[in-house]
Ligand binder design. Sequence first.
Ligand code: PSU
Ligand code: MN
Length: 306
Amino acid sequence: MADIYEIAAEVKEALAEGRAVVALESTLVAQGLPWPANLETAQGAEAAVRAAGATPATIAVVAGRIRVGLSALELEHLARAGTFLKAGRRDLSQAVARRLDAATTVSATLWIARGQGIGVMATGGLGGVHREAATTFDVSNDLDELARADGALVVCSGIKSILDMPATLDALETRGVPVVGYQTSELPAFLTRSSGLALEARVESADEAAALVHAHRALRLPAAVILTQPVPEADALDAGAMDDALASALAEARHQRISGKAVTPFLLDRIRQATEGRGLRANQALILANARLAGDVAVALAASED
Ligand code: PSU
Ligand code: MN
């Protein structure tokens, strides 16, 4: 079973030399965004990590091998094929045993990254408590993995606003996961900038973020640290458009009895259609900005952990 993992040469080298590496998840490529915007975004996220001076490691399962860092051709295959399963942490064993192709969610990506000594990852919006979780029990596996990620840093634009944001914020508190605003005192709301929910921690710079993560690690606290920045202003969806699109998407999901892990991709797709591409632009822009910020903090962390 030694060859379950395949680590890209540049990632291996960067890790061996103690240089900054940023893990990128692949569910947003395979399930979260449509072709060809998904490939553009995946390439753009890698470029943003490089521009910060860090090495990107996009994580996915290809024919049952866990890949940390994909070639340009493999990245294109992931984006184009349309056949990759969506794998949370619990789906990894089956993907490996049956030699499947699978994209990894935040929970699976975090697990794999940490196993390789990669302590920083970027995504779009976190999974969390769904709006009807009181009856469906639909709570993303992301939350449990975030609770036990040993000081990994996850950079995002808050919790996907298709979810119950206040409940998710509370669930993160229960699990001891710090949620830190990057130049904001409010939880960003994924495609829109503000949720109206106050955050208790805030940093102004990548260096300050790195210092907070450093302290969290020195304390050996078991949870991840979430660093959250609002979608860039120019690309943000306005709150009214988002609310309307979301209300009809939720009604349709209920009507069609969409359940389990199909819920998130379904809702994102409907919102994109209802907002005529503005939702897509916002989603792409925030992913690129998060990759850049993750790169900046990873570089600052690598310097401080020398
Ligand atoms: N961010 C995006 N789009 C996405 C996701 C994040 O901009 O599609 C993915 C992440 O992989 C996250 C997953 O882990 O959605 C959550 O899915 P679920 O609610 O089924 O746990
Ligand atoms: Mn779910």
